[in-house]
Write a protein that binds this ligand. Sequence first.
Ligand code: PEP
Ligand code: MN
Length: 360
Amino acid sequence: MKNTKELRTWLDAMNLTHPLVIAGPCSAETEEQVLKIAHELKDSDVNYYRAGIWKPRTRPGMFEGVGEIGLRWLKKVKQETGMKTCTEVANAAHVKLAMEYDVDLLWIGARSTVSPFIMQEIADALQGTDKIVLVKNPVNPDLSLWLGGIERLYKAGIKNLGAIHRGFSTYEKSKYRNIPEWQLAIEFQNKFPDLPLICDPSHITGNREMIFDVSQTALDLNYDGLMIETHFDPDNAWSDAAQQVTPTKLIKIMEDLKIKKETNTEAAYQSSLDNLRAQINVVDGQLIELLGKRMKVADQIGQLKKDKNVAILQSKRWNEILGNMILEGESRGLSEEFILKMFKAIHQESINHQEKIING
Ligand code: PEP
Ligand code: MN
């Protein structure tokens, strides 16, 4: 992908004064449900109405989507409300049907982006289309796989492209359903600054209470838009109940989000500052997470030392660590003084932890 500016022509042409907003239910359930939510959203800032027609469920036996009939309901949404529509496609047959029913924007889900064969099949089926196609990140935090999916579409002559960041699966439990790994998305933006990037806080959080904060972080990181699952009765939704918000709540979220428009130099300054601060917050979060991990390992060493009846402080080992870190630090522009102070503090915390373990 060379001239990435052309990839965002579709977005620039919309001349939006707010982030692009895609909203609607996780799944199309019934005609009434699809139309009711659409009518509740039609006078809001929502640009595209979403509804999953084919649902990729992790385990069999769950609701797997209504299929083709849902495409008729989406067509009705367009006729009755004037809203543009979008849905997920996961194979060539889905693409064919979505095109037949004139869905305006298609996205490729996280479980499809992981498979180069499926991505190629979808790219071939879409060959040369002027529909907008957005690629969700793969379930695993693999930037190449994500970019590879987008490149397959680009090579198939699809120029109205974009990406959706929906977070990544982890084995370890976390407060997120799919951890954001913001630094990966930041790297993505650095590689392709013009490729529209949309955040999907619904699938990142899995929890409607956290949608606002994740959306604000995304906007501070200069994302181009948001995709937020919306349902008039979230608790009784047939899929992803915990993360959906009502149309009223969605409108409130959009009102409360701080949206930066670079209209004058003061605003441009503030916008750059907020962006950099959001990046600092991401890195600080990682620092704390890593320090926590380091202390857990130190605890294990403490346990070993206790079992073997060995002294806590082992200065030879400690001097080795310091020497290495001073060199590493130097190569990253960090002064010896700073490295010494920081590692002394880290070391002291490890000693405190180990003392607690050894002395009970
Ligand atoms: C969805 O958008 O409803 C969906 C299935 O998302 P993902 O591919 O991110 O899991
Ligand atoms: Mn969903």
